[in-house]
Design a protein. Structure first.
Ligand code: IMP
Length: 210
């Protein structure tokens, strides 16, 4: 049995990853279960999703002394040159709802509504001081107003390609089949299965920055 600590205080991310990472041979621990204080936070000073995911993974591993998975995610809006991107969480001070209103205001009169969610997961192994990265993306459009109650962040505005409803309307079960996070977790699962079998051939890791 491999124990992995999830380096996040975001209850929504934790729940989504725990649901997606269901493997009989892997036990996913919350930070609290791994002895990390509830208020432990890491300043996201990196310029890329990869840098921030690694920062978080290493900081949690220093306390938990165990393999850690950290998630850094964001929304890239085409008409805003990829903003809010790595700044998605703290784009403007306030609540998720206020950030959504800010985004709608910025896209007022804008016909280009294309956007992409991205997740980079960092798996950090403290024993060998090595890291592996897994990326997932999903394309979609920014709706005209907030719709739906599920999820978090920009979910009430994001309509994935091929759907007419937002992530917040589709709900977590559907979101977990097609989201940026689900796609990154899928790659992590392939890696973990190969790793546990003692082979690291044919694993879907990335090591580039963007
Ligand atoms: P971070 O990964 O903790 O830096 O936070 C990323 C921010 O991007 C979150 O606070 C949300 O605002 C947004 N975000 C990331 N993933 C999602 C998602 O699955 N749905 C909606 N918003 C998300």
């Amino acid at each position: 049995m491999t124990e992995l600590v999830l380096a996040t205080n975001n209850a929504n991310k934790l729940r989504e990853i725990q649901a997606q990472l269901a493997l009989p041979s892997v036990r996913v621990l919350s930070p609290r279960e791994a002895g990390v204080p509830a208020n432990f936070d890491v300043e996201e000073t990196g310029e890329t999703f990869t840098e921030n995911a690694l920062l978080k993974a290493k900081a949690f591993a220093a306390i938990a002394h165990a393999p850690v998975v950290a998630d850094d995610s964001g929304l890239m809006v085409h008409a805003l040159n990829g903003e809010p991107g790595v700044h998605s969480k703290r784009w403007i001070p306030g609540s998720d709802h206020e950030r959504n209103m800010h985004l709608l205001e910025k896209l007022k009169d804008q016909s280009d509504r294309e956007a992409e969610f991205i997740t980079v997961l960092a798996l950090y192994l403290p024993d060998t001081d090595t890291a592996h990265f897994f990326e997932g993306r999903v394309s979609g459009k920014i709706g005209a107003e907030e719709r739906g109650n599920a999820g978090f962040g920009y979910d009430p505005l994001f309509i994935p390609d091929g759907y007419t409803q937002t992530f917040a309307e589709l709900g977590e079960e559907v979101k977990n089949t097609l989201s940026h996070r689900a796609r990154a977790v899928q790659k992590l699962k392939v890696f973990l299965e190969a790793w546990q079998e003692g082979s690291d051939a044919d694993v879907s890791t990335i090591s580039r920055s963007y």
